[in-house]
Ligand binder design. Structure first.
Ligand code: GDD
Ligand code: MN
Length: 380
């Protein structure tokens, strides 16, 4: 088994080293500017997990409030506390994945750092996984005694319910809280699924459930979602857009990736920007060639900025790199336009069907732009 126990290694661990029990449960906590929450959270975990062989792994995306410094100081006095600092990367799902893959504990839990999740439920969740009747336990706000009223305002509550309904409809997912950021799972399962999981966005649980080839044995434990006291929520409009992208990607059986979809949506928005500005300049009395040139420039800048903020959010270019990226993007897109024009003219000379030729050119141009954006402008 690729991710199972390696007999020789196990024998070595059991013979030459004085007997010492390993960690059974690793709690992975993604953080982004959560400095104030670390100490109270660790205190609560210590109390909640008496008698369990646990560790906690904070995965911090280089928070400006130096969250990781607090973690490092705690680590000095307690080996169960670990910190991973990631540089130039953002993403809740990717951070969780990295934390999970950095441990050898057989069972992992994911929870938020902001004290909104009820850590006293961890022991019951652990008991369910140990019983071997479940692969994954979801802590739910929408089943049993659970609730989200205290932690969410009305708008977020309605949004959350809507997202759940869409997920259940589209993906036929059988859990009352597929958006939960609080769950426990056997690590072996994630080791297997890891190459398929998205690094972007908030919806790691949904992704795990939707990506598993065999249906998972799911369990649920309810809890009351608490209000956030320190710091603020990082869920913004782009997280919502990413979520919709993930749903469509999974729904299509991963034929279209969410990145491709976002790129396409940004491209369409570019057409709207182009036509609107063109019309405005013409109304303003500018000559057509001049208006067309300026409109095209504005559309390219708008596409670049949106792709940088959404499509390639995890590889975002900043400062001087933002400007050099814009130049790269414009240069590559002009080649795309030329290639598309070439293909459609060729097509038209053989098959004089204007819309078919136009479509062929558009597909080639868009394909070129997507591939060069992914491989050059926003290469990893
Ligand atoms: N490393 C890292 N990188 N951590 C992040 C990032 C990131 O880019 N973005 C957010 N986090 C961390 C936060 O610091 C926090 O510990 C946790 O992820 C959850 O973020 P919040 O910003 O507090 O999310 P929320 O409370 O608005 O959303 C809650 O409900 C969602 C469903 O409605 C969370 O439980 C989500 O996990 C859940 O999907
Ligand atoms: Mn929160």
């Amino acid at each position: 088994a690729p991710f199972g126990v390696w007999p020789e290694a196990l024998a070595l661990a059991q013979s030459e080293i004085p007997r010492q029990d390993g960690v059974e449960l690793s709690i992975v906590i993604p953080t982004f500017n959560e400095r104030e929450n670390i100490i109270p959270l660790v205190e609560r975990l210590r109390t909640a997990l008496v008698g369990v062989a646990w560790e906690v792994i904070f995965v911090d995306d280089d928070s400006s409030d130096k969250t990781v410094d607090v973690v490092r100081s705690l680590s000095l006095g307690d080996r169960r506390i670990r910190g991973i600092r990631r540089i130039h990367r953002r993403g809740l799902a990717g951070a969780c994945l990295e934390g999970i893959l950095s441990t050898s504990a057989p069972i992992v839990a994911v929870m938020d750092a902001d004290l909104q999740h009820d850590e006293t439920r961890l022991v019951a969740m652990l008991a369910m996984i140990r019983s071997n009747r479940t692969d994954l336990v979801v802590a739910t706000r929408y089943g049993g005694q659970g609730s989200s009223e205290q932690g969410f305002n009305r708008i977020r509550q309605a949004g959350s319910q809507m997202a759940i309904r869409i997920a259940k409809r589209l993906l036929k997912i059988e859990t009352s809280d597929p958006m939960s950021g609080f769950f426990m799972v056997k690590r072996a399962l994630i080791e297997e699924l890891a190459p398929k999981l998205s690094q972007q966005g908030f919806k790691i649980l949904l992704d795990i459930i939707a990506s598993s080839p065999a249906p998972l044995k799911l369990g649920e434990i309810s809890y009351v979602f608490r209000p956030r006291i320190h710091g603020e929520s990082k869920l913004d409009a782009s997280v919502v857009v990413e979520y919709l992208g993930l749903l469509i990607a999974k729904w299509s059986g991963d034929i279209v990736s969410s990145r491709m979809l976002l790129f396409g949506m940004v491209g369409l928005s570019g057409v709207v920007v182009h036509l609107t500005t063109l019309r405005l300049f013409l109304l303003g009395g500018l000559a057509f060639p001049v208006s067309q040139a300026i409109a095209m420039l504005i559309a390219v800048i708008s596409n670049y900025t949106l792709n940088n903020a959404l499509t390639y959010r995890d590889r975002r270019r900043r400062g001087v790199r933002f400007l050099t990226g814009l130049m790269l993007f414009s240069a590559l897109c002009s080649i795309g336009v030329l290639a598309g024009t070439g293909v459609s003219s060729l097509f038209y000379s053989r098959e004089p069907q204007w819309w078919l030729a136009g479509l062929a050119g558009a597909v080639i141009g868009a394909g070129w732009n997507y591939i060069t954006s992914s491989m050059i402008t926003w290469r990893r």
